[in-house]
Unconditional design. Structure first.
Length: 454
């Protein structure tokens, strides 16, 4: 029996639906709204608003499937660990391998967005970096760039903090949520006065194909709702509050994204967002609201700093869990004797993905993140159906409604969005999966702790 007010593991059930909505909004708002809105506008034009709605629906169906897993056994390693226990080692490995791609490249992408707003902020004070060190090669059309130095440095700085044992408190998260939402609302209020409806014509310049292509890209803007599902053990009424928290945070962010994208494309002709990694502040500068643009830059920088921290933390913990199970080298799960953190794993992640952020353009990073995440969501959604048939007696804190219809819709939407990603992205993802299978059959399967237990 579960004692009143306590979860089975002894944690107090203190979180209500509003706590979960705020948690989700804090985790979701980041590079997606501050950076990828510009890239998405180039693909869909003013119809970017529809792209955000489609991406939100795909995330919403997948999130309900994710919530069923999270509410059953919330443990370290997220969906990877639970999949290992219920669906087998190979499925868990592939989900973990996908999550490594998602979290790792997400930190790189956010660091690129951070860099764009940081350079915009210091540019307001007349300070400029050498052009060659401002972006990855080929990131800015017609400009010779070689290395994104700010993206590289912020990743290393936050890696150092995490390796020394830095932790985010609930109070800090609340402050960051307030700052990010305030910045977005400030943009909406100020920017709405400068909208020129003529910039919305034609509304869908590239047709539905452009809308879906943009949806496949800006899907990244909604990644982060798993912060809500990870709190399942401490939710007062998980069967009611989890779906409210998930759908509520996704709905709030979808409304904010639609408003921001509508105002942005109403102020600036969408063609002018080419090569721009700070589109929200650019729109304000275009409208001669430079003082507001400065606040947006600062708010975006602070908000994205915490997103990098959270994503890097999640990446290292997934690697830690996989290493502890013997699927990755043991060194990656060793703890520092003084700091008590997976020190080696944290620095491996930090160095590798800081270099990726410094030399790979944002658009490429976003597509790679999205295809990995969409594939993971497909696996999770299918897993819900499989597990319902395999273990119908398993106690679930939250049950995804409408099985198998809802998981089926999640898979259908995710696969539809994946088809609109570029062939290069598919090739890169295929190579990533082949590498994952080679590592599994060449190393992980032979060294898994599960196979060596007496």
């Amino acid at each position: 029996m579960v004692k009143q007010g306590l979860a089975e593991g002894g944690l107090k059930r203190v979180l209500g639906p509003m706590d979960l909505v705020l948690m989700g909004v804090g985790a979701i708002i980041g590079t997606g709204i501050f950076v990828l809105t510009g890239t998405g506008a180039l693909a869909a034009g003013p119809a970017l608003t529809l792209s955000f709605v489609i991406a939100a629906l795909a995330c919403g169906f997948s999130a309900l499937c994710y919530a069923e897993f999270a509410s059953t056994v919330p443990v370290a390693g997220s969906i990877y660990t639970y999949s290992y226990a219920t669906l087998g080692e190979l499925v868990a490995w592939m989900i973990g391998w996908d999550l490594m791609l998602e979290y790792g490249l997400a930190t790189s992408a956010v660091s690129v967005g951070w860099s764009g707003y940081f350079q915009s902020l210091i540019g307001g004070f007349g300070l400029h970096l050498p052009v060659a060190l401002t972006a990855a090669p080929g990131a800015v059309p017609g400009v010779e760039t070689m290395f994104n130095l700010p993206a590289f440095l912020i990743m290393l700085a936050l890696t150092a903090l995490l390796s020394w044992g830095a932790r985010e408190s609930a109070r800090l998260n609340g402050v960051m949520v307030a700052i990010k939402v305030a910045v977005v609302l400030l943009f909406i209020v100020v920017g709405a006065r400068h909208v020129e409806p003529v910039n919305w014509e034609p509304f869908m310049p590239f047709g539905m194909n452009g809308v879906m292509s943009a949806a496949a890209l800006v899907f990244f803007a909604f990644i982060g709702f798993d912060a809500v599902t990870s709190a399942a053990e401490e939710v007062k009424r998980p069967e009611r509050d989890l779906p409210i928290g998930i759908i509520g945070s996704l709905a709030v962010c979808a409304v904010l994204y639609v408003l921001v994208s509508a105002i942005m494309t109403g102020i600036v002709p969408f063609q002018k967002f080419a090569g721009v990694d700070h589109p929200v502040s650019l729109a304000l500068q275009y409208a001669n609201e430079n003082w507001v643009a400065g606040f947006v830059d600062l708010g975006a920088i602070l908000g994205m700093t915490t997103v990098i921290l959270v994503m890097t933390y999640g990446q290292t913990r997934i690697i830690f869990a996989m290493s502890r199970d013997g699927l990755l080298p043991e060194k990656l799960s060793t703890l520092h004797p003084k700091f008590g953190t997976p020190f080696f794993a944290t620095w491996v992640v930090g160095i590798v993905f800081s270099l990726i952020g410094a030399v790979v353009p944002l658009g490429v990073l976003a597509e790679l993140i999205n295809i990995g995440t969409l594939a993971a969501f497909c696996l999770v959604s299918v897993a819900v159906i499989v597990l319902r048939n395999k273990r119908p007696d398993l106690r679930r804190g939250f049950r995804c409604p409408g099985v198998p219809v809802v998981p089926g819709l999640a898979v259908a939407l995710c696969l539809a969005l994946m088809t609109f990603l570029s062939p290069t992205t598919w090739i890169a993802f295929g190579i990533w999966l082949l590498i994952g299978l080679a590592v599994y059959f060449g190393y992980s399967r032979r060294n898994a702790v599960l196979h060596h237990r007496p």
